[in-house]
Design a protein around this ligand. Sequence first.
Ligand code: SF4
Length: 417
Amino acid sequence: MARRTGSPFEAAGRHAKARSAWRDIPIEQWNDLRWQLEHLVRTPDALGALLGLPAEELAALRAQGQRFRWAISPYYFSLIDPNDPADPIRRMVVPSSQEDLSSGEDDPLGEKHDQVAPGLTHRYPDRVLFVVTSFCSSYCRFCIRKRNWRKSDAARSRDEIDEAIRYLRAHEEVRDVLVSGGDPLTLPHEQLEYILSRVREIPHIELVRIGSREPVMLPMRIDDALCRVLDRNGPLWINTHFNHPNELTEEAATACERLARLGIPLGNQSVLLAGVNDDVGTLKKLFQGLLRIRVRPYYLYQADPVVGATHLRTSVSKGIEIMEGLRGHTTGLAVPTFVVDAPGGGGKIPLAPDYVVERTADRLVLRNYAGETFVYPDGGRPAEASKPAALDVRYGRGATRALPVLSAAAPVDNDGE
Ligand code: SF4
C-alpha cells in the first residue's frame, strides 16, 4: 500500500516507532471513528508489541488483567514515544504495576451520595452533574469515575435518561446541567440528540455544559455530523481536558476549531499529575498552546486520591508553586484556577499563592509575581487611617529597604527597581 501523505504521522514528525505501527493505514481509515474504535489497543500482547515491553512486564500485565479497564485509541496511542518509558501520554493511559489497589478511594468526591436519579448528582443549589455513559475511547488511569467503567462501559438506557429528565423538570431550582461521563461525545448521534434536546426543552434550564475528552483522545470524532447535533441543540458550553502539550496536535486543533466555529465557548480542565505535567514549563507551554487553539484554561485540578492512581498524585504545595510560576509570568488568560475538590462532596476550593505579606488595620503589604513588595492602602478606610506611609519591609528578592508606597492619588511607577 502506498505511503500516504498529509497523515498525522508526518504532520507531527515525532514518535516514529509507535506511529509506524499504523503507517500503512489510509488516512480515510485513520480518520474514521469506527476504524479507531474497532482497533483500540486493549490486550497485553498488542501493548507489548507496540511498546516493545520486556517479558516480565508483559507477564505482570497479563496477571493484572483488566482489574481497571484499559483501552487506548490508535490515535491517542500514536502520541506515545515507545522509546521513553516515562512518556507522559503513556503514564496517563497505559496500565502499570504501580497501580496500588490498597490505597485511594472508589468515589473520592462522594458523587454516589448525592445521586438523585440514574446518573444525576444534585449537590449544588442550582446545578447538576448528568453522567450519561461510562464509555470513553481511551481510559485515563487517574479517572475519578473509574468505578463507573470498571465492569461496564454502557450508556444510560432511554428509561434511565427519562427518569433523570423527570427529576430535572420537577426541580426548578436547577438552571445548569453538566452532561458528562465517561465521555458523552462518544454516544451515537441519535442518543446524544435525544439527551440534549430533552434537557434543552426544560424551561428553567439556562445552561447546558458538556465535559468531553474526545477533542484530545479522538479528535476525528468532532466531525460534521456531530457538529450538526451540537449546533441544533445549542447554545452549549464545552469543557475539554488536555493535560500535556504533546496532546496539542493538528487533529486536536482542528476539532477545537470546528467547535469554536459553532460559537461554543471552549474551556479546559487539566489535572496536575506527577511525572506528566508537574512543572511550570510543561503547563505554561500547554496553557499557551490551548489559547492558540481557542481553548481557555479554566481549572487545574489537584489529582484526587482515587484508587489505583495515588502514584500520579503530587503534593498540594506543588500545585501552588506552579501557580506562582504562571501568574504574572504569562498572560492571565493562560492561567487557570487551581482547585482542590474537597473530599466527600465538599466542592471545589480554589488555592493560590499567598501574595499578602502583611496586613494592618489600614494597609496591606503585597508581593508581586517578581517577588517585589508594595504597600497598598486598603479601601473603605477613613482618609487619615489610609494615609500612605513608607514602611521598612522586605523589598525585591531579599533586600530590606524603605518601600515606595502605592496610593490611589499618586500611583508609584513600579518599573524602576
Ligand atoms: S476521558 Fe474522562 S471520564 Fe474517560 S477515563 Fe479519562 S478522565 Fe475518566
